[in-house]
Design a protein around this ligand. Structure first.
Ligand SMILES: Cc1ncc(COP(=O)(O)O)c(C=O)c1O
Length: 439
């Protein structure tokens, strides 16, 4: 993983021997003759014509992402949200049905509930830990199962191998949002996923500089197994004059070819070349960052657990979490830096906690080098129904932490400052008073 993170997709063999993949800042590409451009548009040859659907810098990122995930190919797009949107559009059509975990990033839930509903796609959400619920929810119209490998914000893990075998028994592909784990900690393709999406904005970038998304085909999905079900891939496409499933005979992903030709091009969700380079640079240190961040997050979660004024810490290593065995089985290097805590005293206590922090920055991002905090109920999850928020484990007193690369003792000192402010609002006893009372 760490070698692929440095080398996959790029050798210093351009005109000047550039070690870092250069930013090809060009909207279009010159062609020698009429026949060359004609072949490209007729999909008889590969290459670049116009950067909306492909760019040499972005292509390096795509090759590197595929290598990191052990996949058959990847497409880089303008954001994590674009990755989810395009991956699902490529699998769904009007009348399709999606089964999704109820523990999803708020933007994904909104996309399913609102935009996809407008397009006559229905969805059912299930408790990801209830395997029978996955089985019950799949219908003959189900065309995708959607889950996060580590859920945002409560860091809940899923038994992806079990969910995938249920979905595959019905010939339904599994789409995994792997943003919070990143391929440094968990490669969904090794656990049964068919398609992996990333908000590369987060850990892959690592420094909060760039919005980007990735779609990876893990190489498991083959629409030719159920040609009737996936007619848009297995029959000749009138617009493009090809059958996208033929790509599999060439060792490429038909699904990604279709997604790029149609949705990346039509939606115009193009990743700028400069953004692709920023993500490539970020990926070089991914492995190192994820190990430190995961270890520090687990240490801080353990200290927060049981702190006076903290009702609940949502981290897989906290005693009593039903997914502890999955952390042991599938996440040998940790589960990343995002977790949640629920403060006694509701929104007022959460507000006091956030406002008292000096090192953690109040911001709606995760995966930055800087530690960040946010209040999901009034920000990332504010457009959801109250019942949906509850199902995501987001209450009025929930705050999300994204642990960065600072010194862990400095972070703990800051969190203690936040807890004291929250206690002042909720009326919980200070630690010394609590000990005296217990004594
Ligand atoms: C798990 C997850 N998936 C997808 C997204 C969307 O990514 P982006 O903001 O890059 O569009 C986010 C954003 O917070 C996220 O946390």
């Amino acid at each position: 993983m760490s070698t692929a993170a440095i080398h996959a997709g790029w050798r210093a063999d351009d005109m000047h021997g550039a070690l870092t993949p250069p930013v090809y800042s060009s909207s279009a590409y010159a062609h020698e003759d009429h026949a060359s451009l004609k072949d490209l548009f007729a999909r008889r040859s590969a290459g670049f014509a116009y950067s909306r659907s492909g760019n040499p810098t972005t292509a390096v990122l795509e090759e590197r992402a595929a290598a990191l995930e052990g996949g058959a190919g990847a497409i880089a797009v303008a954001s994590g949200q674009a990755a989810t949107t395009i991956a699902l559009c490529a699998l769904l059509e009007p009348g399709s049905h999606v089964v999704a975990s109820q523990l999803l990033y708020g933007g994904t839930t909104e996309f399913l509930d609102d935009t996809l509903a407008d397009l006559a796609v229905t969805s059912t959400t299930v408790d990801p830990w209830d395997l029978e619920a996955w089985e019950r929810a799949i219908t003959p119209a189900t065309r995708a199962v959607v889950v996060e490998s580590v859920a945002n914000p409560g860091a809940q893990l899923v038994d992806l191998a079990a969910i995938s075998s249920i979905a595959h028994a019905h010939d339904v592909p599994v789409v995994v949002d792997a943003t919070l784990a990143s391929p440094a900690l968990y490669r969904p393709g090794e656990h049964g996923a068919d398609v992996v999406v990333h908000s590369a904005t987060k850990y892959l970038c690592g420094h909060g500089t760039t919005i980007a998304g990735l779609i990876v085909d893990t190489g498991r999905f083959d629409p030719r197994r159920c040609p009737e079900r996936w007619r848009r891939l297995t029959s000749p496409n009138r617009r493009f004059g090809v059958t996208f499933a033929d790509e599999y005979d060439r060792g490429c992903s038909g699904l990604l070819a279709y997604a790029r030709a149609k949705y990346v091009t039509d939606f115009g969700a193009t990743l700028p070349a400069a953004s692709a380079q920023q993500i490539l640079v970020g990926i070089e240190t991914l492995d190192l960052r994820m190990r430190k961040i995961s270890a520090d997050a687990a240490a801080l979660a353990a200290r927060l657990h049981g702190s006076v004024g903290t009702a609940r810490v949502e981290h897989p290593t906290i005693p009593g979490r039903p997914d502890a065995h999955l952390a042991d089985r599938d996440f040998p290097h940790g589960t990343g830096g995002v977790f949640a805590l629920d403060l006694d005293g509701g929104e007022d206590a959460a507000a006091a906690f956030c406002d008292a922090l000096e090192l953690f920055t109040l911001a709606v991002n995760i995966g930055d080098a800087r530690s960040l905090v946010c209040h999901p109920a009034t920000t990332t999850h504010c457009h959801l129904e109250e019942s949906q928020r509850r199902a995501c484990g987001v209450g009025p007193g929930t705050v999300r932490l994204s642990i960065g690369l600072e010194n862990v003792e400095d972070l703990w000192a800051d969190l203690e400052r936040g807890l004291a402010a929250a206690r002042a609002v909720s009326g919980a006893a200070e630690p010394e008073q609590a000990v005296a009372r217990r004594g």
